[in-house]
Design a protein around this ligand. Sequence first.
Ligand SMILES: NC(=O)c1ccc[n+]([C@@H]2O[C@H](COP(=O)([O-])OP(=O)(O)OC[C@H]3O[C@@H](n4cnc5c(N)ncnc54)[C@H](O)[C@@H]3O)[C@@H](O)[C@H]2O)c1
Length: 370
Amino acid sequence: MLQSCDTMQPQTNGTNGTMSSSILITGGAGYIGSHTVAVLLEASTPHELVVVDNLSNAHREQGQKKPESLRIVEELTGKNIHFYDADIRDAEKLSEIFNKHNIECVIHFAALKAVGESVDKPLEYYQVNISGTCTLFDVMRKHGVYKLVYSSSCTVYGEPRKLPIDEAHPTGLGLTSPYGKSKYFCEEIMKDICRSDPKWTVVSLRYFNPVGAHLSGRIGEDPAGTPNNLMPYISQVAVGRLPELQVFGNNYQTSDGTGVRDYIHVVDLAAGHERAVRLLQQPGASGFHAVNLGTGVGYSVLQMIKAFEEASGRKIPYKIVGRRPGDISENYADVSLSHRLLGWRATRTLEDMCRDTWRWQSAHPNGFKS
Ligand SMILES: NC(=O)c1ccc[n+]([C@@H]2O[C@H](COP(=O)([O-])OP(=O)(O)OC[C@H]3O[C@@H](n4cnc5c(N)ncnc54)[C@H](O)[C@@H]3O)[C@@H](O)[C@H]2O)c1
């Protein structure tokens, strides 16, 4: 029998006994998921929030029922989150959750996400990111739920043919990692199911580079092992967990020769999900919509280091090494569609991103683990 970590009773609105409408959030204990849960609760969403996460990349303290990230979000917001320790590949468990809650739409974050690891473990990546996603869609369909926000990535664009990259840019060409391909394949699957049945509405959010942390400094990015991404690497160097940063290449065609990326504050990104949920609820909404979530501005690795040194007051030792295979020189988003379709734009600056990352990292040198 499936147990949520709060109550075994179906959720009712307390007045006429009907079940409250819920949003199912897969992978909601992770970095972006937990910030999205926080933003939805802070925005007083009328929905109950139901999180499914198998804790493969989230930490739960011994003796606790909920993962640390969600336990803290409950503390910060004073609101309850329904949590299930479950795997998206487990159709039976998912079905029980759909039976228990009146799920209106799904935000699907759950995935494996380490690009390098995906090259060594392609099958694991395809099993979770593609098979798991298809299992979820099948369960949704069986329960008459056709509204979805999907976590996609600017990785689907491969090497940019023009900058800024807009959503009409070709996808799927020259993708080098199983991770990137899994995001592209899932988008193709979602396009097909939307074509097959107009009841489906999918907003596929193509994230650029999420960084930063909640303003409280109590939740943030907590990568397992050595970070793959620049910002958590820099912040672990700043806090003394790692000795120095390696900068991969300084001979790109950019202002200072180092790679340029579009970094977006995770709280802005989370707010984009809240807007996407609103879009799903609009009468007549239908079909597949891919939308970039970025700031439209690129910063180089050296600019990021300098901004982080200023925010933290710490020196970041670094060494220039050779380029990494598969890395591109420059990447930033055309964000006009997100303004038009979602009425959303990123408002937080690079200084905010560095300051908020540092607030989290300096207070939690070892992440969520006590
Ligand atoms: N962080 C980034 O830089 C970035 C960029 C682009 C896209 N994305 C996508 O955004 C989503 C969220 O990323 P994140 O950075 O928050 O990652 P994360 O690893 O912090 O969160 C993912 C969560 O999913 C859970 N999970 C993994 N496999 C699962 C399974 N089989 N069943 C149930 N739960 C499972 C993990 O335990 C984790 O809590 C992912 O789909 C990722 O591919 C992330």
